[in-house]
Every structure is written in structure tokens, then in C-alpha cells.
Design a protein around this ligand. Structure first.
Ligand code: KG4
Ligand code: ZN
Length: 333
């Protein structure tokens, strides 16, 4: 089954063609980062307008790159939520109209379930069940994944998402937006042990997270070292990153142990973080767990994961209709 996936939940206009939820025939991502960067974050109204301009050329490019025409498609899938409503509406309405004119089945996809399915686009996907850490700009949660469409929520952040903390710390230090990639890179020249930031909830037995305390601690450090902090930026971001990664890795491994499963996955934009990837591979590997992390280009928002998740829902008979609508808030998987 050849599925066209469409993603417009935030600041990426993306379209992809995927066969049987596994083989990526094409994946096009048009990022709006350069437009939002000057505002220090995503401006929803601007995002919607840019999606409107980009959606048709991005879909055409995805079909061209796959070497197919719309006639070769078997179904469509588009992100339905959660995300920015005005942004979601562009891709979702496009899919609705396109599926109607092509007379094809289509379905709305939950963005988080799509991130969780992104591991199936790598050559050696995990066996079910597995424990998955979903870390992005909007979410930080652990799921026990039982199948392509069954996800048990084990815990999540009580305040900021991990990616949001990277973005906010970057802003505090004047490093720009988005913060994750900049902090990841700068941390390589810093000493992660020089400045120690708190590890919230590390001692708690449940799988919840809290990142606003680490962010506040970084802010306090900047205030109390106003004259000197500028020379210590690599150590500050490295210490911050280490605190976040410590908590993420510890909770993910404990979740797998709690459920007695031998496989773990890390997905979402923050899964692109080198230190997180290395630490998970090293520590989970030492415990005999098999580790699954998508390649960097499938960690951030993309439409291949939407097509993959959509394929499994469509196979189960799920369909969306002309009166289906988007949703902005987390509909818990
Ligand atoms: O999944 P994603 O593209 O969008 C959401 O659904 O939120 O995630 C974006 C988030 C941003 O907060 C960004 O700073 C973070 O992922 N990110 C990173 C890295 N690359 C992107 N965080 C840490 N290290 C990175 N290398
Ligand atoms: Zn995302």
C-alpha cells in the first residue's frame, strides 16, 4: 500500500511517500525556521500562512521524488493533532480535499503516535512490546508500546518539555532558536561536570519529569555569575544538557525494567541530540537492552512517520471523513 503522508502541525511543511509503512520512497521537509528565528520561537499565524504557500509544491515534490503520480497512491494520511490549530488545518484540509478528488481512503494521524512509529522506518525496528521515550519541543513522555496502534502512557512532564528547556536556556544565553542543535554542538567543547544543575525527579519511582527547575537553576547561575558567565557558556550548556540527559536515560531504562521488556526506543526532535543518543546506547546496551533510535532526519518533524502511522491505522480500517476536524491538545494515545 502506497501512502502519501502530510505533516503541518508546527513549523515544518512536510510530505512523504511510504510503501507499507516501512519503505520511504520520498520525504520532503520544508522548514520555516529561518522565518521564526527572528521572533525567538514559532509565530502561529505566520506558520499557517507559510504552510498555505508551501503545501502544494511540497506534495508535488514528494510525488516527483518518489517517481510516481497521484494515480499510484493507495491512501493518504495527515496529522490531525496535537499542534497549532491554524497550522494543522492547512495539511489536514489539503488531505481531505485531495483524497476526495482522488477518491482514495484517508485518515487523520496523532502526531505523537507518528513519532512513536518513526522507529519502524529504520532498518532494524524493535520487537513489541518496547518502552519508548518521546522527547520533542512540545512533549516529554514515556510509553509502553504494545503494537503500531496501542500505546500505554507511563509518565510525562509536569511542566516544560525537554526540547522546550533547551530552547529556553538557549534564549537566556542569547544563542538563538531553536536551542537544541546549538546547545548540542556547543556542549562538545564544555565540561559536563564543571557546573552541576539539579536532576529533578531522579529519586521518584514514577515516570514523570520536570524540567522547569533545571531551567530556573541555569537562570540563577547566570544572574549570580553576571560578570563571568559569558566565558563559561560551553560549560553551562554542557552541564545543563548532562542534567537533562541523566534524567531521560535513567527513567527510560527503568521503564523497560519495570515492564520486563528488552527493547527501548527514543523518538522526537530531541532524539537528534548526540549526547542523549550515545548515553542511551551505552547504558541500555550495558543492561542488554536493544536500542532503537531513528536517523537524525526522522527525529524532527517529518511526513514519513505520518505515512507510516497512517498505514497501520488504515490497515485496521480506520478512516477520516469530510466532517473530521483537527485538535490542538494532546489526545492521549
Ligand atoms: O519533534 P520536533 O521537531 O517538534 C515537536 O514536535 O516539538 O522537536 C523540536 C525540538 C526543539 O525543541 C529543538 O530544540 C529540539 O527538538 N532539538 C534538539 C536537537 N535538535 C532538535 N534538542 C537537543 N539536541 C538536539 N540536537
Ligand atoms: Zn514532533
Amino acid at each position: 500500500m502506497i501512502v502519501l503522508g502530510i505533516e503541518t502541525s508546527c513549523d515544518e511543511t512536510a510530505a512523504a511517500v511510504v510503501r507499507d509503512g516501512r519503505d520511504i520512497l520520498s520525504s520532503v521537509v520544508a522548514s520555516q525556521i529561518d522565518i521564526h528565528r527572528r521572533y525567538g520561537g514559532v509565530v502561529p499565524e505566520l506558520a499557517s500562512r507559510k504552510h498555505l504557500e508551501a503545501i502544494v509544491p511540497v506534495v508535488e515534490e514528494a510525488l516527483d521524488n518518489a517517481g510516481i503520480t497521484a494515480k499510484d497512491l493507495d491512501a493518504l494520511a495527515a496529522t490531525q493533532g496535537p499542534g497549532l490549530v491554524g497550522a494543522l488545518l492547512v495539511g489536514f484540509s489539503f488531505a481531505k480535499g485531495y483524497a476526495y478528488t482522488l477518491d482514495l481512503p484517508w485518515c487523520g494521524v496523532n502526531h505523537l503516535e507518528a513519532h512513536l512509529n518513526s522507529v519502524f522506518l529504520e532498518p532494524t525496528p524493535p520487537a513489541f512490546p518496547f518502552a519508548a521515550l518521546l522527547v520533542s519541543g512540545g512533549h516529554t513522555s514515556i510509553y509502553f508500546v504494545k503494537s503500531h496502534t496501542e500505546f500505554e502512557f507511563m509518565g510525562g512532564t509536569r511542566d516544560d518539555a525537554a526540547g522546550e528547556a533547551f530552547d529556553k536556556v538557549s534564549k537566556m544565553l542569547g544563542l538563538g532558536y531553536p536551542g537544541g542543535p546549538v546547545i548540542g554542538k556547543l556542549s562538545e567543547s564544555g565540561d559536563p561536570t564543571r557546573i552541576r544543575f539539579p536532576r529533578p525527579f531522579l529519586d521518584k519511582t514514577e515516570f514523570d519529569f520536570s524540567f522547569s527547575g533545571i531551567k530556573t537553576a541555569v537562570n540563577r547561575y547566570i544572574q549570580t555569575h553576571a560578570a563571568t558567565y559569558a566565558d563559561e557558556i560551553p560549560h553551562i550548556v554542557s552541564g545543563f544538557q548532562e542534567a537533562v540527559v541523566d534524567v531521560l536515560v535513567f527513567k527510560l531504562i527503568r521503564a523497560a525494567e519495570d515492564r520486563g521488556c528488552g527493547h527501548i526506543a527514543v523518538v522526537g526532535g530531541v532524539a537528534a541530540n548526540r549526547r542523549l543518543r550515545d548515553r542511551v546506547i551505552e547504558e541500555a546496551g550495558a543492561k542488554g537492552l536493544s536500542v532503537h533510535i531513528p536517523p537524525i532526519d526522522l527525529c524532527g518533524d517529518n511526513a514519513a512517520m505520518i505515512a507510516a502511522a497512517g498505514y497501520h491505522s488504515l490497515k485496521k480500517g480506520e478512516r477520516s471523513h469530510l466532517n473530521s476536524d483537527v485538535y490542538s491538545r494532546h489526545k492521549r494515545a
